[in-house]
Design a protein around this ligand. Structure first.
Ligand code: NI
Length: 162
């Protein structure tokens, strides 16, 4: 097991296009194990492969014991809107209110290549939606107002210089 380096905004790798996971073998399982270790150490509830410099459609999430390995997700239904505070390991210290669907239906493969069709609500739906955004190069900051975006950009660029 190894703790991976979590890339922080504005690292350009966070915006890169990602590839589908096609091999569900030992290499993937090792990456997943390392992502779990990294996520728990950072006290996160989700971590996407692009955040550790791997441009793959893959994330791990654990919200209140709902532990998921999600590869190649597709959100096929979304209902309602719920506003709630959100953080991201690529934006340390940032917590902002973001509107997300209240309920989603998501299809994906787990680390063994088994297909899942899951309906999630509330914060779990928020985590799935946030992490799926990462796989499309979309970040927390993109969901905020122009004013908040400018503020966070400034804060993060100061941090990366120090
Ligand atoms: Ni994130």
């Amino acid at each position: 097991m190894a703790v991976l380096n979590v890339l922080e905004y504005p690292d350009p790798a966070l915006r890169e296009a990602t590839s589908e996971v096609s091999e569900f073998g030992d290499e993937l399982k090792k990456l997943v194990t390392d992502m779990w270790e990294t996520m728990y150490l950072s006290k996160g509830v989700g971590l996407a492969a692009p955040q550790v410099g791997r441009p793959l459609k893959l994330f791990v999430a654990d919200w209140e014991g709902n532990r998921r390995v999600v590869a190649n997700p597709r959100i096929i239904e979304a209902e309602g809107t719920e506003r709630g505070d959100e953080g991201c390991l690529s934006f340390p210290g940032v917590f902002e209110g973001v509107s997300r669907p209240a309920r989603i239906r998501i299809i994906y493969s787990d680390e063994n290549g088994e297909r899942h069709d899951e309906t999630a609500e509330g914060y779990l739906a928020r985590v799935f939606s946030h992490e799926t955004d990462h796989l499309n190069g979309k970040l927390l900051i993109d969901n905020l107002s122009a004013l908040k975006r400018a503020f966070i950009r400034k804060k993060m660029s100061k941090k990366s210089r120090s």
